[in-house]
Design a protein around this ligand. Structure first.
Ligand code: S3P
Length: 194
C-alpha cells in the first residue's frame, strides 16, 4: 500500500485518459469524507459515481437508519453484498462504499475486482467529530457513541489497511485536493495491480 501525505497538485485531467480500465473504489470509516471525495472525483473524471449506501437505500425505499431500525444490521449487510455483486467491472466508475463494507471478506474480493481501492481516512478526533455531526448513522445512536466508534475503528483499521492499494488522509486538506492527489497518484502508479 502506498501512503501519501504530501500532495503535488496539477491541472485537472481526465482520469479516463490515464487509467481507463479501472474503477476507483473508496473505503474507510464513517466521517472519513468518502462521499465528498467521491463527488469531487466524479466531477474531475466525468465517470459515474456509484454509492453502495445510496443503492441499498434505493432498494429498500427508505434511508439506511430505517433499514437498521426495521430490518436489523444483518439484513443491511446482506443487501450491501448483493449490491456489490451487481457492480460488474465492465465500465470504470467512482465507487463509494459504507464504512462497514470491509467486514465481509467476500465484499473485499468483489471490490478488488472493480479496481483500485483507496482508503480514505483522517485522524481519530476528526473522524469521530465528522461522523457524529449528523444523527443518521445508526451504529452511533448509542449511549456512548465515542466508545462504540473507537471500538469499530480499532477492529476495522487492519481490514482497511489489508484491502487498500492507497491511503489518503483528509484531516487537513480539502476534499477536492484529496481527489486531485488520488488522481495524480494513480497516474503515477498505473499498473500497480493487474
Ligand atoms: C456504516 C457506515 C455507513 C452506512 C451504515 C453502516 C458502518 O456509511 O453504511 O450506517 O458500518 O460503518 P458511511 O461510512 O458512509 O457513514
Amino acid at each position: 500500500m502506498l501512503d501519501f501525505g504530501i500532495w503535488s497538485f496539477r491541472a485537472a485531467r481526465q482520469y479516463c485518459d490515464v487509467i481507463a480500465a479501472k474503477s476507483i473504489v473508496l473505503i474507510g470509516m464513517m466521517g472519513a469524507g468518502k462521499s465528498s471525495v467521491g463527488r469531487c472525483l466524479q466531477q474531475r473524471t466525468g465517470l459515474a459515481r456509484l454509492d453502495t449506501d445510496e443503492m441499498v437505500a434505493a432498494q429498500f425505499g427508505i434511508p439506511i437508519a430505517q433499514i437498521f431500525e426495521r430490518h436489523g444490521e444483518e439484513r443491511f449487510r446482506i443487501a450491501e453484498t448483493e449490491v456489490l455483486r451487481t457492480l460488474a467491472p465492465v465500465r470504470p466508475a467512482i465507487v463509494v462504499t459504507g464504512g462497514g463494507i470491509v467486514v465481509r471478506a467476500e465484499n473485499v474480493d468483489l471490490l478488488k475486482q472493480l479496481g483500485t481501492i483507496v482508503w480514505v481516512t483522517a485522524d481519530e478526533a476528526a473522524l469521530f467529530e465528522r461522523a457524529s455531526r449528523r444523527n443518521d448513522r445508526p451504529l452511533l445512536q448509542k449511549e456512548n457513541p465515542r466508545a462504540v466508534f473507537l471500538d469499530l475503528l480499532r477492529k476495522r483499521e487492519p481490514l482497511y489497511k489489508a484491502a487498500a492499494d492507497l491511503r489518503v488522509d483528509t484531516s487537513t486538506v480539502t476534499h477536492d485536493e484529496v481527489a486531485e492527489a488520488i488522481l495524480s497518484k494513480l497516474e503515477e502508479v498505473a499498473g500497480l495491480r493487474k
